[in-house]
Structures are given as C-alpha cells and as structure tokens.
Write a protein that binds this ligand. Structure first.
Ligand SMILES: NC(=O)c1ccc[n+]([C@@H]2O[C@H](COP(=O)([O-])OP(=O)(O)OC[C@H]3O[C@@H](n4cnc5c(N)ncnc54)[C@H](O)[C@@H]3O)[C@@H](O)[C@H]2O)c1
Length: 451
C-alpha cells in the first residue's frame, strides 16, 4: 500500500521531471494584461500552453492569430498557434489536461472599496471541479495575505484532494509593467511562496525555466505581502510628490526641476513624478486590499489612506487649474468651453484605460458644462468601462492643425511618446500639462501651464 508521503513524493518527482524537460502542460486562466504575456513567455521557452478565458471574443481573436494588447505582437501569437504551443479556449473541462494551472484573473475593489475576490473564487471553483492528482496550482493575481491558503485552498480541497499531498498550491505575484521597453516578462525576477515546501520547490522550479530569477520566500502570505508592499510603496511616493508639487507651486518652485536635480544623488533617493491622479489596475486599488485585511487585526493603515486621499484629489486640482487658466488667460468660463483631453490611457505608451484619471477629469469638466473631445494615439474609441460607462463609444479626434485650432484649451493627461506636442501648442492657445512633457521636449511656450 502507498502511504500519503510516498504518493506526495511521487507527485513531486513526476512534475519535476515534466517541468525540467518542458513537457509539463501549462494552463493560464485569464488572458489579459498579465495572463497573455505569461502565455507568450512560457510558450517562448518551449512549453505547451492552454489559455483559458471566459471572454469568447478574446478567444476568437487569439485563435485567429490576432492580438488585443498593443505590446503583444499578433505575429508571435499566430506563430505559437501554428506550432501548437498555444491553445486558447473557453472550455474549462480542458483544465484537467494541464499539469500546472496559473490564475491571472482580475482582483478589483467593490463599489464599497472592499476587495472583490469573486473572480478568484469563481475561477478556483472551476479549477476544483477539474482538479486531478499531481497538479500545481499558482495564483498570480494581486491580493491580500491569506487569499491562497484561506480562500483558495478550502475550495480546492472540496474536491477531496489535499494540498501538499495530492496537488500543490503556490502564490507568485505578477510584476508586469506594460509598455516598459527595458523589462519584459522574462527579465523580471519572480517572488514565489508555497503552501508547503513541495509547492515552493515546484513553483520556483517552473518559474526558473521561464524568468531570469526566482526569489523564494517562506510562505504564500509573505509572497502576497511582497506584491502589496511594492504597490503601496509606489502609491505613497506618488502621493508625496503630488503634495510637494502643490507646496512648491505656491512658492514659485517647479517640482519637476527639483526632482531632476534631487535624482542626481547616487543613493537614498528614487524619483517619483507627480501627475493628474492615479490610474491602472494596480496602484489605485491594491493598497486597499491591505487596508481591508488590516481591519481584521484592528490596525489602521494611515499612510495608505492618506496617500489615497492626496492622489484622488489630483483630478479636481487639474479641473481647478483649467477654470483658473481659462478665466485668467482667456477671460472665459469653463461652461461651454471647448476642451481637448490629450491621452486617456492611464500611463504613457500603453492602450490600457482602466481607472485612468483622465476619465475622472472628464467627468468633473462635463459636470461643469465643458464641451469635451479627446485624442489618444492608442485609443481610437473609448471602451466600455466599469467606472465610466457614459464615455463608451466616443471617438478620438483627428490630430491635425485645423482640428486642434478648434479648441480653447487642451489638457495633457498622458504623455505618450507618439504625440506631436509642438503641433498642439502651436495650434491650441492654451495647454495644461500635467506631465511636464512640453518642457521635457523643450517646448517652452507661454500658453503652456503646468498642473
Ligand atoms: N495589468 C498589470 O500591469 C498588472 C501588473 C501586476 C499585477 N496585476 C494583477 O494581475 C491580475 C490580472 O490583471 P490584468 O491586468 O491581467 O487583468 P485583465 O482584466 O487584463 O485580464 C483578466 C482576464 O481574466 C478574464 N477573466 C475574468 N474572469 C475569469 C474567469 N472566471 N475565468 C477565466 N478568465 C476570466 C477576463 O476576461 C480578462 O481577459 C490582477 O490581480 C492585477 O491586479 C496586473
């Protein structure tokens, strides 16, 4: 008779071998900004990957060899489809074919700003209903410490199989930085924490085959905390420079000039830049996962709350600047003013508009009667967004001198490289620059106001 210990070591031995010789089949669930680059990275290293998503439209595009993410090349997807290294599907019964299942599903906040783990829970339930002995399950979605072992593990064990014996469970946070030309998925070290030593061993062994380096930590909770720490660090530091921007502006000091000089210090300083507010799937959201969890321990996360308060006040500040600029420089009211929003993606050189502060600015401006248009080289039409469904379907203007001259004010919200800012300041009488891109390009015109 085989003991539980023997069967566990058999599971580990077999999977180790399959990972080592790249015959392990990898299933990635959630083919978005995190899941799709991971599929490409694993396929690129020779693994056969099954990609799962509930969005049929995405599966159809991928099956046709297309891409819906700007920095993932359709040619690469087509090549992996052709060589059978990538199989996209919405048939979750095929999960049983995978040796490793990696979850990359969304972890948003609820309307009450509490963690919404419904995607993780639903996906784990799908995994549980197809779970078989010998599988390694890894969560990559950003979440609070305890999710892997306290939320996922009980759902998976409802199958009758046991974590650490029959299957292995680990957490490894994604550190994807879309649009970063210096670091792609392969180049970014990956932190790994397991539910037990075997899970840690196998998960880090797997990622060692795909990324440059893995960093093992003692538990899934530590790995979960690492990701939150990284994003809280960003949120707090961005809030700090946003506050400094306001203080220094009142003193007639340009915060961007200050940062340029401060960053020449070779140690003890790291530059962060002010902006129109936080955006994206991570920085405005993730810190509040910890805030929520901390309440269970009767602990207040004051830094996180304060940073959130300062950062969410930034869009209103941009609107105040627009009112002041129109009034003082053009003798005009905001009501009825024709305003162009330049850049609606949440950061430069990407097409991702989730949580973009541009939408908050648009909402506030329209409430006061401004007539808005937008331009973004990567967003021809505003997609349907959970927080701002009212803007869906609006189309970008043509970027021509004649069209630009029709606006009384332009507000640069995102500093994409592919925008001709010189043409903008030559055509539009007033420009509010929330990213300092005009100064960086050497376009110093009196019509440009920093905000
Ligand atoms: N975007 C980033 O730069 C980034 C960076 C690091 C971490 N993260 C984290 O990674 C996770 C995923 O983020 P993302 O940006 O890739 O999100 P995304 O919205 O781009 O992709 C998620 C995908 O999951 C699919 N999905 C939703 N429910 C599903 C289900 N039940 N089964 C299968 N598929 C399902 C969606 O259709 C979508 O394609 C989040 O936790 C996020 O915080 C994101």
């Amino acid at each position: 008779m085989t003991s539980a210990k023997d069967s566990a070591s058999l599971v580990v031995d077999q999977l180790s071998q399959r990972i080592r010789d790249h015959t392990a089949r990898i299933g990635v669930i959630g083919l978005g900004y995190v899941g799709l680059p991971l599929v490409m990275a694993a396929a690129d290293r020779g693994f056969r990957v099954l990609g799962f998503d509930v969005d049929r439209a995405k599966i159809d595009i991928l099956n046709a060899g297309g891409s819906y993410i700007k920095h993932i090349r359709a040619e690469d997807i087509a090549a992996f489809r052709e060589s059978d290294r990538f199989n996209p599907t919405d048939d979750f019964s095929r999960l049983a074919l995978a040796d490793v299942v990696i979850l990359c599903v969304p972890t948003p906040l609820s309307p009450q700003r509490e963690p919404d783990l419904s995607f993780v829970v639903r996906t784990t339930e799908s995994v549980a209903s197809h779970l078989r002995s010998g599988q390694l399950i890894v969560l990559e979605s950003t979440t609070y410490p305890g999710t892997t072992r306290q939320v996922m593990r009980p759902i998976l064990e409802r199958s009758g199989l046991r974590s650490g014996t029959d299957f292995l469970l680990a957490y490894s946070p994604e550190r994807e930085d879309p649009g970063n030309s210096q670091f792609g998925t392969h180049d970014i070290p990956k932190v790994v924490g397991g539910d037990g030593p075997d899970a840690l061993h196998l998960a880090s062994m797997l990622y060692d085959e795909i990324v440059t380096r893995t960093v093992k930590v003692s538990s899934a909770e530590v790995a979960e905390a690492v990701k939150l720490t990284e994003n809280i660090f960003r949120s707090v530091n961005i809030a700090l420079v946003n506050e400094l921007k306001v203080v220094f502006e009142a003193m007639g000091i340009d915060v961007w000039e200050v940062i340029e000089a401060a960053k020449t210090k070779p140690f003890g300083y790291m530059p962060f830049y002010p902006g129109p507010g936080l955006g994206g799937h991570c920085i405005p959201i993730d810190p509040f996962y910890l805030t929520w969890k901390a309440r269970e321990f009767n602990i207040a996360t004051r830094f996180i709350e304060l940073a959130g308060e300062i950062n969410t006040a930034m869009p209103q500040r941009v609107v105040d600047k627009a009112i002041e600029t129109l009034n003082e420089r053009a003798g005009k009211a905001l009501k009825g003013a024709r305003i162009l929003i330049v850049g609606i993606a949440y950061k430069k050189n990407v097409d991702d508009t989730r949580e973009s502060p541009a939408f908050k600015i648009m909402e506030l401006l329209e409430k006061r009667g401004a007539q808005l248009s937008f331009y973004d080289p990567f967003v021809a039409e505003i997609p349907k967004l959970r927080e701002h469904p009212e803007f869906a379907g609006r189309r970008a203007i043509d970027w021509t001198k004649r069209v630009l001259a029709e606006f009384e004010l332009a507000i640069i919200c995102t500093d994409h490289d592919a925008v001709d800012y010189k043409l903008l300041v030559e055509s539009c009488p007033l420009v509010i620059d929330t990213r300092n891109v005009c100064a960086r390009r050497g376009i110093a015109v009196t019509g440009v106001v920093k905000a």
